[in-house]
Design a protein around this ligand. Structure first.
Ligand code: ATP
Length: 312
Protein backbone atom coordinates (compact mmCIF):
# COMPACT_ATOMS: atom_id res chain seq x y z
CA UNK A 1 0.00 0.00 0.00
CA UNK A 2 1.31 3.40 -0.89
CA UNK A 3 0.29 6.99 -0.24
CA UNK A 4 1.44 8.09 -3.67
CA UNK A 5 -1.09 8.82 -6.43
CA UNK A 6 1.08 6.75 -8.77
CA UNK A 7 3.96 4.58 -7.67
CA UNK A 8 6.28 3.06 -10.24
CA UNK A 9 8.92 0.55 -9.29
CA UNK A 10 11.63 -0.86 -11.55
CA UNK A 11 9.36 -0.47 -14.55
CA UNK A 12 10.78 -1.77 -17.83
CA UNK A 13 9.45 -2.24 -21.32
CA UNK A 14 11.13 -3.98 -24.20
CA UNK A 15 9.04 -4.00 -27.40
CA UNK A 16 8.74 -7.14 -29.51
CA UNK A 17 11.38 -5.82 -31.93
CA UNK A 18 13.90 -5.67 -29.07
CA UNK A 19 13.66 -1.91 -28.53
CA UNK A 20 14.01 -1.14 -24.82
CA UNK A 21 11.76 1.88 -24.30
CA UNK A 22 11.89 1.88 -20.47
CA UNK A 23 14.81 0.70 -18.39
CA UNK A 24 14.23 0.11 -14.68
CA UNK A 25 12.30 3.28 -13.87
CA UNK A 26 11.15 4.05 -10.33
CA UNK A 27 9.38 7.15 -9.03
CA UNK A 28 6.29 8.28 -7.12
CA UNK A 29 3.79 10.96 -8.07
CA UNK A 30 2.64 12.59 -4.80
CA UNK A 31 -1.12 12.81 -4.26
CA UNK A 32 -2.58 16.24 -4.99
CA UNK A 33 0.43 17.42 -6.96
CA UNK A 34 0.94 18.70 -10.49
CA UNK A 35 3.76 16.48 -11.69
CA UNK A 36 5.76 16.94 -14.89
CA UNK A 37 7.12 14.02 -16.88
CA UNK A 38 9.65 15.38 -19.30
CA UNK A 39 11.88 13.96 -21.95
CA UNK A 40 12.89 14.46 -25.56
CA UNK A 41 11.02 12.72 -28.40
CA UNK A 42 11.34 8.99 -28.13
CA UNK A 43 12.42 9.08 -24.47
CA UNK A 44 9.68 6.66 -23.39
CA UNK A 45 6.99 8.96 -21.97
CA UNK A 46 4.13 7.60 -24.06
CA UNK A 47 5.21 4.05 -23.35
CA UNK A 48 5.02 4.77 -19.63
CA UNK A 49 1.58 6.36 -19.90
CA UNK A 50 0.30 3.58 -22.12
CA UNK A 51 1.41 1.05 -19.50
CA UNK A 52 -0.55 2.98 -16.85
CA UNK A 53 -3.63 3.08 -19.07
CA UNK A 54 -3.39 -0.64 -19.79
CA UNK A 55 -2.69 -0.18 -23.52
CA UNK A 56 0.88 -1.46 -23.40
CA UNK A 57 2.07 -4.42 -21.33
CA UNK A 58 5.14 -3.81 -19.23
CA UNK A 59 7.93 -6.39 -19.39
CA UNK A 60 9.23 -5.77 -15.87
CA UNK A 61 8.56 -4.01 -12.57
CA UNK A 62 5.41 -2.77 -10.89
CA UNK A 63 2.99 0.11 -11.18
CA UNK A 64 0.40 1.14 -8.68
CA UNK A 65 -2.36 3.69 -9.33
CA UNK A 66 -4.20 5.22 -6.37
CA UNK A 67 -3.24 2.21 -4.29
CA UNK A 68 -4.26 -0.34 -6.95
CA UNK A 69 -1.64 -2.57 -8.55
CA UNK A 70 -2.15 -2.57 -12.32
CA UNK A 71 -1.69 -6.38 -12.46
CA UNK A 72 -3.73 -7.36 -9.39
CA UNK A 73 -6.53 -4.75 -9.65
CA UNK A 74 -6.57 -3.58 -13.27
CA UNK A 75 -10.20 -2.39 -13.18
CA UNK A 76 -9.76 -0.25 -10.08
CA UNK A 77 -6.42 1.04 -11.35
CA UNK A 78 -8.02 2.02 -14.65
CA UNK A 79 -10.98 3.68 -12.94
CA UNK A 80 -8.56 5.86 -10.95
CA UNK A 81 -6.93 7.50 -13.93
CA UNK A 82 -8.13 9.64 -16.82
CA UNK A 83 -5.83 10.00 -19.80
CA UNK A 84 -5.83 12.75 -22.38
CA UNK A 85 -4.05 11.14 -25.32
CA UNK A 86 -1.48 12.80 -27.51
CA UNK A 87 -3.36 12.13 -30.69
CA UNK A 88 -6.81 13.48 -31.43
CA UNK A 89 -9.02 10.57 -32.40
CA UNK A 90 -12.77 11.14 -32.56
CA UNK A 91 -15.74 9.66 -34.25
CA UNK A 92 -16.54 12.63 -36.53
CA UNK A 93 -20.26 11.87 -36.43
CA UNK A 94 -20.62 12.21 -32.67
CA UNK A 95 -21.41 15.57 -31.13
CA UNK A 96 -19.36 16.53 -28.02
CA UNK A 97 -22.42 15.68 -25.89
CA UNK A 98 -22.69 12.21 -27.44
CA UNK A 99 -18.93 11.61 -27.19
CA UNK A 100 -19.02 12.19 -23.44
CA UNK A 101 -22.16 10.10 -23.00
CA UNK A 102 -20.60 7.17 -24.88
CA UNK A 103 -17.41 7.47 -22.83
CA UNK A 104 -19.42 7.58 -19.58
CA UNK A 105 -21.22 4.42 -20.75
CA UNK A 106 -17.88 2.68 -21.39
CA UNK A 107 -16.81 3.49 -17.84
CA UNK A 108 -20.12 2.30 -16.41
CA UNK A 109 -21.13 5.73 -15.07
CA UNK A 110 -24.89 5.57 -14.41
CA UNK A 111 -27.11 8.15 -16.13
CA UNK A 112 -27.89 9.77 -12.77
CA UNK A 113 -24.19 10.32 -12.06
CA UNK A 114 -23.23 11.71 -15.46
CA UNK A 115 -22.03 15.31 -15.59
CA UNK A 116 -21.96 15.75 -19.34
CA UNK A 117 -23.11 19.39 -19.57
CA UNK A 118 -21.12 20.41 -16.49
CA UNK A 119 -17.94 19.00 -18.06
CA UNK A 120 -18.62 20.64 -21.41
CA UNK A 121 -19.17 24.00 -19.70
CA UNK A 122 -15.97 23.55 -17.73
CA UNK A 123 -13.93 23.22 -20.91
CA UNK A 124 -15.85 26.09 -22.59
CA UNK A 125 -17.68 23.83 -25.00
CA UNK A 126 -21.22 24.24 -23.61
CA UNK A 127 -22.36 26.01 -26.78
CA UNK A 128 -20.87 23.26 -28.95
CA UNK A 129 -22.64 20.41 -27.14
CA UNK A 130 -24.63 19.49 -30.24
CA UNK A 131 -22.17 20.43 -32.99
CA UNK A 132 -20.54 17.68 -35.05
CA UNK A 133 -17.07 16.91 -33.66
CA UNK A 134 -15.58 17.35 -37.14
CA UNK A 135 -16.62 21.02 -37.09
CA UNK A 136 -14.58 21.73 -33.94
CA UNK A 137 -11.22 23.49 -34.10
CA UNK A 138 -8.05 21.68 -32.99
CA UNK A 139 -8.08 23.48 -29.64
CA UNK A 140 -11.75 22.62 -29.05
CA UNK A 141 -11.08 18.97 -29.83
CA UNK A 142 -8.26 18.91 -27.34
CA UNK A 143 -10.49 20.43 -24.66
CA UNK A 144 -13.15 17.85 -25.49
CA UNK A 145 -10.51 15.15 -24.90
CA UNK A 146 -9.86 16.61 -21.44
CA UNK A 147 -13.60 16.48 -20.65
CA UNK A 148 -13.72 12.91 -21.99
CA UNK A 149 -10.87 11.87 -19.69
CA UNK A 150 -12.82 13.24 -16.71
CA UNK A 151 -16.22 11.53 -17.29
CA UNK A 152 -15.62 8.92 -14.59
CA UNK A 153 -14.28 11.57 -12.14
CA UNK A 154 -10.86 9.95 -11.71
CA UNK A 155 -8.62 11.25 -8.91
CA UNK A 156 -5.69 11.39 -11.38
CA UNK A 157 -5.62 13.12 -14.77
CA UNK A 158 -2.73 12.49 -17.16
CA UNK A 159 -2.21 14.86 -20.06
CA UNK A 160 0.12 13.54 -22.75
CA UNK A 161 1.65 16.50 -24.64
CA UNK A 162 -1.59 18.46 -24.25
CA UNK A 163 -0.53 21.68 -25.91
CA UNK A 164 1.10 20.40 -29.09
CA UNK A 165 -0.49 22.48 -31.84
CA UNK A 166 -2.68 24.50 -29.46
CA UNK A 167 -2.45 28.28 -29.69
CA UNK A 168 -1.44 30.47 -26.76
CA UNK A 169 -4.96 31.58 -25.70
CA UNK A 170 -6.37 28.07 -25.73
CA UNK A 171 -3.30 26.80 -23.95
CA UNK A 172 -3.97 29.35 -21.22
CA UNK A 173 -7.62 28.23 -20.93
CA UNK A 174 -6.56 24.62 -20.77
CA UNK A 175 -4.11 25.38 -17.96
CA UNK A 176 -6.69 27.36 -16.04
CA UNK A 177 -9.01 24.36 -16.12
CA UNK A 178 -6.22 21.98 -15.15
CA UNK A 179 -5.28 24.23 -12.21
CA UNK A 180 -8.95 24.35 -11.14
CA UNK A 181 -9.13 20.55 -11.23
CA UNK A 182 -5.96 20.35 -9.18
CA UNK A 183 -7.36 22.78 -6.60
CA UNK A 184 -10.40 20.53 -6.39
CA UNK A 185 -8.03 17.70 -5.42
CA UNK A 186 -7.19 16.02 -8.75
CA UNK A 187 -3.58 14.89 -9.11
CA UNK A 188 -2.23 16.01 -12.48
CA UNK A 189 0.52 14.37 -14.52
CA UNK A 190 1.67 16.32 -17.51
CA UNK A 191 4.07 15.12 -20.16
CA UNK A 192 5.76 17.69 -22.31
CA UNK A 193 9.07 18.51 -23.82
CA UNK A 194 8.71 22.19 -22.98
CA UNK A 195 10.59 22.96 -19.79
CA UNK A 196 8.91 26.35 -19.55
CA UNK A 197 5.43 24.83 -19.49
CA UNK A 198 6.42 22.34 -16.81
CA UNK A 199 8.31 25.00 -14.92
CA UNK A 200 5.22 27.19 -14.61
CA UNK A 201 2.81 24.46 -13.62
CA UNK A 202 4.55 21.56 -11.96
CA UNK A 203 5.75 21.26 -8.40
CA UNK A 204 7.94 18.34 -9.24
CA UNK A 205 9.53 17.12 -12.46
CA UNK A 206 10.89 13.75 -13.52
CA UNK A 207 13.04 13.55 -16.64
CA UNK A 208 13.34 10.46 -18.80
CA UNK A 209 16.05 10.12 -21.40
CA UNK A 210 16.59 7.01 -23.54
CA UNK A 211 14.21 5.08 -21.29
CA UNK A 212 16.10 5.92 -18.09
CA UNK A 213 15.05 8.21 -15.26
CA UNK A 214 17.74 10.86 -15.05
CA UNK A 215 16.12 13.28 -12.60
CA UNK A 216 13.19 13.46 -10.20
CA UNK A 217 13.27 16.70 -8.29
CA UNK A 218 11.25 19.67 -7.08
CA UNK A 219 10.97 22.05 -10.05
CA UNK A 220 12.99 24.81 -8.38
CA UNK A 221 15.96 22.47 -7.89
CA UNK A 222 15.82 21.32 -11.48
CA UNK A 223 15.64 24.82 -12.87
CA UNK A 224 18.69 25.69 -10.78
CA UNK A 225 20.54 23.08 -12.80
CA UNK A 226 20.00 25.19 -15.91
CA UNK A 227 22.50 27.70 -14.67
CA UNK A 228 24.64 27.89 -17.75
CA UNK A 229 24.17 30.75 -20.15
CA UNK A 230 25.71 31.35 -23.50
CA UNK A 231 26.83 34.66 -24.94
CA UNK A 232 28.02 35.04 -28.52
CA UNK A 233 30.28 38.00 -29.15
CA UNK A 234 31.25 39.37 -32.53
CA UNK A 235 34.48 41.30 -32.24
CA UNK A 236 36.01 44.10 -34.31
CA UNK A 237 38.81 42.00 -35.80
CA UNK A 238 39.88 38.44 -36.48
CA UNK A 239 40.51 36.32 -33.44
CA UNK A 240 40.98 32.92 -35.00
CA UNK A 241 44.63 33.65 -35.67
CA UNK A 242 45.29 35.44 -32.40
CA UNK A 243 47.76 33.56 -30.26
CA UNK A 244 45.82 34.17 -27.10
CA UNK A 245 42.45 33.31 -28.57
CA UNK A 246 42.11 30.07 -26.67
CA UNK A 247 42.94 31.77 -23.43
CA UNK A 248 39.48 33.39 -23.57
CA UNK A 249 38.65 30.23 -21.75
CA UNK A 250 40.13 31.54 -18.54
CA UNK A 251 38.68 30.38 -15.30
CA UNK A 252 35.92 32.96 -15.42
CA UNK A 253 34.15 30.92 -18.08
CA UNK A 254 33.00 27.34 -18.38
CA UNK A 255 33.90 27.20 -22.06
CA UNK A 256 34.90 29.52 -24.91
CA UNK A 257 34.68 28.42 -28.51
CA UNK A 258 35.71 30.31 -31.61
CA UNK A 259 32.82 29.80 -34.02
CA UNK A 260 33.76 32.30 -36.75
CA UNK A 261 36.78 34.43 -37.64
CA UNK A 262 35.43 37.21 -35.43
CA UNK A 263 32.88 35.38 -33.31
CA UNK A 264 33.35 33.64 -30.00
CA UNK A 265 30.71 31.72 -28.02
CA UNK A 266 31.27 31.85 -24.28
CA UNK A 267 29.39 29.61 -21.87
CA UNK A 268 29.35 30.84 -18.31
CA UNK A 269 27.75 29.93 -15.04
CA UNK A 270 25.10 32.41 -13.89
CA UNK A 271 26.30 32.01 -10.31
CA UNK A 272 29.79 33.17 -11.18
CA UNK A 273 29.39 36.02 -13.64
CA UNK A 274 27.01 37.66 -16.11
CA UNK A 275 27.14 38.78 -19.75
CA UNK A 276 28.64 42.10 -18.63
CA UNK A 277 31.46 40.27 -16.87
CA UNK A 278 32.20 38.22 -19.98
CA UNK A 279 32.21 41.31 -22.20
CA UNK A 280 34.48 43.22 -19.82
CA UNK A 281 36.97 40.33 -19.80
CA UNK A 282 37.03 40.26 -23.60
CA UNK A 283 37.44 44.02 -23.83
CA UNK A 284 40.33 43.87 -21.36
CA UNK A 285 42.10 41.77 -23.97
CA UNK A 286 41.97 44.69 -26.38
CA UNK A 287 38.98 43.66 -28.51
CA UNK A 288 36.00 45.88 -29.19
CA UNK A 289 32.59 44.16 -29.28
CA UNK A 290 30.37 44.88 -32.29
CA UNK A 291 27.52 42.45 -31.63
CA UNK A 292 26.16 40.37 -28.73
CA UNK A 293 23.55 37.61 -28.48
CA UNK A 294 22.69 35.70 -25.32
CA UNK A 295 20.80 32.50 -24.77
CA UNK A 296 19.32 31.00 -21.62
CA UNK A 297 19.98 27.37 -20.90
CA UNK A 298 16.92 25.35 -21.89
CA UNK A 299 15.77 21.83 -21.23
CA UNK A 300 18.22 20.54 -23.83
CA UNK A 301 21.04 22.02 -21.80
CA UNK A 302 19.65 20.53 -18.61
CA UNK A 303 19.49 17.16 -20.36
CA UNK A 304 23.05 17.56 -21.54
CA UNK A 305 24.25 18.56 -18.09
CA UNK A 306 22.38 15.70 -16.48
CA UNK A 307 23.49 13.08 -18.97
CA UNK A 308 27.06 14.36 -18.76
CA UNK A 309 26.85 14.17 -14.98
CA UNK A 310 25.58 10.58 -15.24
CA UNK A 311 28.36 9.62 -17.61
CA UNK A 312 31.04 11.11 -15.32
N1 ATP B 1 5.15 -0.38 -30.64
C1 ATP B 1 6.45 -0.12 -30.63
N2 ATP B 1 7.33 -1.04 -31.10
C2 ATP B 1 8.67 -0.80 -31.08
N3 ATP B 1 9.24 0.34 -30.60
C3 ATP B 1 8.40 1.27 -30.11
C4 ATP B 1 6.98 1.11 -30.10
N4 ATP B 1 6.42 2.21 -29.56
C5 ATP B 1 7.45 3.04 -29.25
N5 ATP B 1 8.64 2.47 -29.58
C6 ATP B 1 9.98 3.03 -29.39
O1 ATP B 1 10.20 3.20 -28.00
C7 ATP B 1 10.89 4.42 -27.73
C8 ATP B 1 10.06 5.27 -26.80
O2 ATP B 1 8.89 5.73 -27.50
P1 ATP B 1 7.76 6.60 -26.79
O3 ATP B 1 6.69 6.84 -27.80
O4 ATP B 1 7.39 6.00 -25.50
O5 ATP B 1 8.55 7.95 -26.53
P2 ATP B 1 8.01 9.38 -26.10
O6 ATP B 1 8.93 9.87 -25.03
O7 ATP B 1 6.58 9.33 -25.78
O8 ATP B 1 8.24 10.23 -27.39
P3 ATP B 1 7.23 11.22 -28.13
O9 ATP B 1 7.26 12.47 -27.33
O10 ATP B 1 7.87 11.38 -29.48
O11 ATP B 1 5.91 10.52 -28.18
C9 ATP B 1 11.15 5.06 -29.08
O12 ATP B 1 12.44 4.69 -29.50
C10 ATP B 1 10.11 4.44 -29.98
O13 ATP B 1 10.57 4.39 -31.31
Amino acid sequence: MTDAAISIQNLSKTYADGKQALDDISFDVPRGSIFGLLGPNGAGKSTLINILSGMVRKTGGHANIWGFDIDDSPRNAKASIGIVPQEIIFDPFFTPFESLEVQAGLYGVSKAKRRTMELLEAVHLGDKANAYARTLSGGMKRRLLVAKAMVHSPPILVLDEPTAGVDIDLRQQLWEYVIELNKAGVTIVLTTHYLEEAENLCERIAIINHGKLIANKPTSELVDMAREKLVELTLDRDISEAADAVSFANDLFEKAEIIGPRTVAVTYNKDRTNAGGVMAAVQERGFAIVDVTTREADLEDVFLNLTRAKAA
